[in-house]
Design a protein around this ligand. Structure first.
Ligand code: PLP
Length: 393
């Protein structure tokens, strides 16, 4: 019996050591990690530059609180703004908290404009977290069921549907913001049309709404650019980050630009741990290594090879609907539920994930090399082929 609350359907394995894209369990078995702690360990495991920076910081200072200046926080904020073209940062500890900050920011922005019941447009199949506001914003009944009453102040439209947003714009005069993932992660690695964000940006500009991008999964090099929106000509008003930012040390950020950057004033929002010296050192070291080791380019190159490799090895296999990806954010969509594949892959010492019931999600460490990508393709393809053959036969 376990003393842990029963919140997770865990796989029957625990890891004790990692290096690069590899993990070792208690018995000494070695696994290829194509999940990276759910898009967190971009630098892989135990990256020497990251561990050194963290160790030095721990020896010096871990936490002092936001009652005082935090030098590392100033440095990480400056770096994130330089990389994104944004202006100001609020630090927290997770993705849902980053989105909570964005939702509060949008509501306050609305109240400043005299809108008493501000509304945020959110998307079907979106995932924004599991706090009350973020599970309300999330477009999944599974996440919400049992936690009613949900919050008010959200209007939901289909993802990748600009016309639906225009419809809401015509009828709802309380809208203050659009919250959207540049690529839906939990929703099944859904890549919108190339002009989607651009069209949303135009509507937001016309209406005076904030364009708020949830880059918790797509940010920090995951798609081969620093942030997912950098594949377009769009710059958001608000962007949220977490997952890859601290390489496993909990840190989240709500990044804002222009008028949105000055909405919060003392007393409006805060976090005890948010942006402490340890978390920000992990963030700074992560960004530095991504740059020094040219991992954005690597994510583009190896991610492309993974997509192409699976397209070749699964060509003509009945049951494969689509193989798609941007950088190291990759989905293989099947025509049927395939959660069972996680266990089958684990038995072959491959760590993968299935999301939205029928999409194999691959979000490997950005340090993955060609030989390791080939190992993944060669190992996983026969498992998928056998699963599809068996399930249909
Ligand atoms: C994981 C995720 C979140 C939630 O992050 P937590 O750190 O688990 O709270 C929010 N948005 C997106 C897009 C995510 O992928």
């Amino acid at each position: 019996m376990s003393y842990l609350m029963n919140t997770y359907a865990r796989q029957p394995v625990a890891f004790v050591r990692g290096e690069g894209v590899w993990l070792w369990d208690e018995a000494g078995n070695k696994y290829l990690d194509a999940l990276a702690g759910v898009a967190v360990n971009g630098l892989g495991h135990a990256h020497p530059k990251l561990t050194q920076a963290i160790c030095e910081q721990v020896n010096n200072l871990i936490h002092t609180s936001n009652i005082y200046g935090v030098l590392r926080q100033e440095q990480l904020a400056e770096r994130l703004c330089a990389l994104s073209g944004m202006d100001k940062v609020f630090f927290c500890n997770s993705g849902c908290e980053a989105n909570e900050a964005a939702i509060k920011l949008a509501r306050l922005y609305g109240h400043h404009k005299g809108i008493a019941t501000p509304t945020i447009i959110v998307m079907e199949k979106a995932f924004h977290g599991r706090t009350m506001a973020t599970l309300t914003a999330t477009g999944s009944r599974k996440v919400q069921a049992g936690f009613e009453p949900l919050l008010t102040g959200f209007a939901r439209v289909p993802y990748n549907d600009v016309e639906a947003v225009r419809q809401v714009a015509e009828h709802n005069h309380d809208v203050v913001a659009v919250l959207v993932e540049p690529i839906q992660g939990e929703g099944g690695i859904k890549i919108p049309d190339a002009d989607y964000l651009h069209a949303l940006r135009q509507i937001c500009d016309d209406k005076g709404w904030l364009l708020m991008l949830d880059e918790v999964q797509s940010g920090i090099g995951r798609t081969g650019t620093w942030f997912g929106f950098q594949h377009t000509d769009v710059v958001p008003d608000v962007m949220t980050l977490a997952k890859g930012l601290g390489s496993g040390v909990p840190v989240g950020a709500c990044v804002a630009r222009g008028a949105a950057a000055d909405v919060f004033q003392p007393g409006n929002h805060g976090s005890t741990f948010g942006g402490n010296p340890l978390a920000c050192t992990a963030g700074l070291a992560t960004l530095q290594v991504l740059e020094e080791d040219q991992l954005l380019g690597n994510a583009t190159q190896i991610g492309g090879q993974i997509v192409e490799g699976f397209k070749q090895s699964l060509a003509g296999v009945a049951g494969i609907k689509q193989i798609r990806g941007v950088g190291m954010m990759i989905g293989i969509e099947l025509d049927r539920p395939c959660g069972e594949l996680v266990k089958l892959a684990l038995a072959q010492r491959l760590l993968i994930n299935v999301t939205a019931d029928n999409v194999i999600r691959l979000v490997p460490p950005l340090v993955m090399r060609e030989a390791e990508a080939q190992h993944l393709i060669a190992g996983l393809s026969p498992i998928i082929r056998e699963f599809l053959g068996r399930a249909s036969g």
